[in-house]
Design a protein around this ligand. Structure first.
Ligand SMILES: Nc1ncnc2c1ncn2[C@@H]1O[C@H](COP(=O)(O)OP(=O)(O)OP(=O)(O)O)[C@@H](O)[C@H]1O
Length: 349
């Protein structure tokens, strides 16, 4: 038995397009255990899709290795790779169903390609339709289904080959919040019922919070933080993690519970920034203009100037307003106006 279901070692991927060199992934290391629901999160362009496509070698890494159950995919022949891929199913944001085929034929299609007899394929497809709660839709066509129902068909099709791993690339991004919740619940029950390892690519921290046990945060092609979801929510170390958590606070009226709620509240209300300036920095008008622009005051928690080697060096600590969007916008504003800022954690005496 291999120690990990998936192991990624020093993986890098660069694209060359018309002489332009894009470093999509750089030295990624991560391990995913059998039975994990593992989230990979990052902003648009961070490299998530590239990473997930490297996990089944749809995209060949430029450097590094991907091991599935201890097998190095880079050492397999094309034929062995195809066989290995039948253990790794995938679902997508836009479902990728065959529009000219009925629901049941969409599920039978990959089975029949692999030589399963029509009758057996149909029996298996009916079982899977039951698993995803669509037993009454076998004769429908994709155009007659809602987004959530289409994703259920795609999940049934993905399960047809009895995969060990299910890769989900933004599988709920095109769905409304209620439908998203029901698809996540279905994925969770599939993980438990069939012991399938699930890898979820998303830009939404709420998806991670709902069902993942572990998470990796990708920023500009680099893995900036990974670990247990509860640890990252309670003690986000990277700026990317903090921003993703803040951006994903629920709409007013939605109540979170327990430790996650407390942590979110702490992160949200405790936003303090240190501005370091030298004698010549024009920080005062920038802060005054920011207050005017956003129409909201900020608290000056501390302002100090010291003489360091004959140069006046100062720092100012600002307490930002509670509104999380305003916090992000103000931080951006300060950076855009050339101020050197860093986040302050802990109390300011
Ligand atoms: N085939 C390709 N050729 C050239 N560049 C590519 C290719 N595929 C991806 N890239 C580049 O690699 C980087 C990462 O892209 P990727 O699609 O993996 O990001 P992502 O995090 O999935 O973003 P999104 O959520 O917007 O899909 C981007 O700069 C993208 O333009």
């Amino acid at each position: 038995m291999a120690e990990y279901e998936i192991e990624v070692k020093h993986l890098s991927k660069t694209f060359e397009q018309k002489g332009v060199h894009v470093e999509a992934l750089s030295d990624i290391n991560l391990t995913i255990e059998a039975g994990d629901i593992y989230g990979i999160i990052g902003m648009s362009g961070a490299g998530k899709s590239t990473l997930v496509r490297c996990l089944n070698y749809l995209e060949k890494p430029t450097d590094g290795q991907v091991f599935i159950e201890g097998k190095d995919l880079g050492t397999l022949s094309e034929k062995e790779l195809r066989a290995q891929r039948s253990d790794i199913a995938m679902i997508f944001q836009h479902f990728n169903l065959l529009m000219q085929k009925s629901v049941i034929d969409n599920i039978c299609f990959p089975l029949q390609i692999h030589g399963v007899k029509r009758k057996d394929a149909k029996a298996r497809a009916r079982e899977l339709l039951k698993t995803v709660g669509l037993e009454d839709k076998e004769k429908a066509y994709p155009a007659q289904l809602s987004g959530g129902q289409k994703q259920r068909v795609a999940i049934a099709r993905a399960l047809a080959s009895d995969p060990k791993i299910l890769l989900c690339d933004e599988a709920t991004s095109a769905l409304d919040p209620q439908t998203t919740a029901s698809i996540l619940e279905l994925l969770k029950s599939i993980n438990e019922q069939f012991n399938i390892t699930i890898v979820i690519i998303t830009h939404q921290m709420s998806v991670i919070r709902e069902i993942c046990n572990r998470v990796a945060i990708i920023e500009h092609g680099e893995l900036v933080e990974n670990g247990l979801v509860e640890d990252i929510f309670s003690h986000p170390k990277s700026k990317a993690a903090r921003e993703l958590i803040l951006r994903d606070l629920p709409e007013d009226g939605v109540k979170l519970e327990g430790a996650v709620a407390e942590q979110l509240e702490r992160i949200q209300s405790d936003r303090k920034l240190r501005i370091v300036f030298s004698e010549n920095s024009a920080f005062e008008p920038v802060i005054a203009n920011m207050i005017l622009k956003f129409g909201t005051p900020v608290n000056i928690l501390r302002a100090d100037t010291k003489n360091v080697g004959g140069v006046a060096k100062g720092e100012m600590i600002l307490g930002l307003p509670d509104d999380r969007h305003l916090q992000i916008d103000m931080e951006e504003y300060l950076k855009e106006h050339g101020l050197e800022i860093e986040e302050v954690t802990g109390d300011v005496e």
